[in-house]
Design a protein around this ligand. Structure first.
Ligand code: NAI
Ligand code: PHE
Length: 355
């Protein structure tokens, strides 16, 4: 993918792309919208096939953050940054990684608070501590430095509440969101997925897991949990598929044969194309729009750092994701549309009110 094909079709406010010859990393900051407040969204650090792919990811993810903040009723806009690494993070020595973080922090600082970053795939609270040495515009510092830490546990809680709402909508289980006895497949056992898997097991579900990193599956496998090869995730029969890895898992073609009743997960941008939502809906598969389901991390970070909420308030607000989804599903039924569209319409109403 090249930048010339990505940017002309993007409706965001700003996209900065920089290269640091010393580390060989590319830095993309995408500010999609500041209508509701400063643009916010995490920093994703990983290897991309090309800088164009990094720009495409950053711009799409930033747009999703605008919608996420609007649906969650948070006073923030949508942004995202991507660091396209020259090699996998594990292969970079400490000095090079620190230099990469410093370079990124300087770019965030130059935006003067228009964009506030935070954690995402490939970055941690310890990394936010490093960014904060250069810029105040980073959410999710470690507790040791007085910050609120990672939002991953809150994200997992919200995703699980979303799955329960979707299960009830599908008429599965006890009809009230109970998942006991249901077969739940969690894809990606990282910061969020590992906790989601625990919640599913604690609730009595039959758990299946998949991760490209076999070590992440080892503890579950040792407890007798079935491990599914990553390439088989979209072909494995289950009641609830929970994508908690990277985005783009389900396109229209995959949606036509997906053998599950519910899709509800943490990954941003799970649907790879517009057709996917339509096909899922036509097949009666209940899809919990990702930007609604995974708002717990944003609620945690913005709640703690901007709104001064306690942990308890964050938890209560995160659990409301289940209620929000129930009304999204009801709207979709009333208007004969997909939950994805109904949730986008809800975000558009919030954005229009703000204007
Ligand atoms: P993470 O980097 O801690 O975990 C991702 C996991 O997915 C890793 O274990 C990785 O090995 C695995 N993985 C990657 N590709 C895979 C594949 N093709 N098949 C199976 N496993 C694969 O990331 P984290 O923080 O758990 O986030 C997961 C997803 O949720 C990401 O898409 C992120 O953007 C999204 N998200 C995270 C939030 C948070 O609070 N951390 C908030 C909202 C969304
Ligand atoms: N990256 C996470 C998300 O996609 C958490 C996050 C939210 C980071 C808001 C920064 C700001 O929701």
């Amino acid at each position: 993918m090249d930048i010339e094909t990505v940017l002309p079709s993007w409706d965001g406010e700003l996209c900065s792309v920089r290269f640091d010859p010393e580390t060989g990393a590319w830095f993309v900051i995408a500010v999609h919208s500041t209508r509701l407040g400063p643009a916010s969204g995490g920093t994703r650090a990983m290897v991309y096939p090309s800088v164009g792919d990094a720009v495409a990811d950053a711009t799409r993810l930033a747009a999703a953050m605008t919608t996420k903040m609007a649906v969650a009723g948070l006073p923030m806009g949508g942004g995202k940054s991507v660091i396209a690494l020259p090699a996998p993070r594990a292969a970079l020595d400490g000095d090079r990684w620190r230099r990469i973080l410093r370079f990124h922090a300087a770019k965030v600082q130059q935006l003067g608070g228009t964009y506030i970053t935070g954690l995402d795939i490939g970055t941690s609270s310890a990394d936010m501590d490093v960014l904060r040495e250069t810029t105040p515009w980073a959410f999710g510092r470690s507790a040791a430095t007085g910050g609120p830490g990672s939002g991953a546990p809150a994200t997992a809680l919200g995703v699980f509440a979303a799955a329960r709402a979707a299960v009830a909508e599908a008429g599965l289980g006890d009809g009230d969101g109970g998942v006991a006895g249901l077969r739940i497949l969690v894809q990606g056992l990282g910061a969020v997925g590992a906790r989601v898997a625990e919640l599913a097991a604690e609730a009595g579900a039959e758990l299946l897991v998949a991760d490209v990193d076999a070590e992440r599956c080892a503890p579950a496998a040792a407890r007798g949990v079935r491990v599914v090869p990553p390439s088989e995730v979209t072909r494995t029969r289950c009641d609830v598929l929970m994508p908690c890895a990277t985005g783009g898992l389900i396109d229209g073609r995959v949606a036509r044969t997906l053998p599950c009743a519910v899709v509800a997960g943490a990954a941003n941008n799970q649907l790879a194309d517009a057709e996917a939502a339509l096909v899922l809906s036509r097949r009666g598969i209940i899809y919990a729009p990702d930007f609604v389901a995974n708002a717990g991390g944003a609620i945690h970070l913005v709640g703690r750092e901007v709104l001064g909420w306690t942990e308890d308030q964050v938890t209560q607000r995160t659990l409301q994701i289940g209620q929000t989804l129930r009304s999204v599903f009801a709207d979709a039924r009333t208007h004969g549309t997909t939950p994805e569209q109904a949730a986008h319409d809800l975000a558009a109403r919030h954005l229009a009110d703000a204007a």
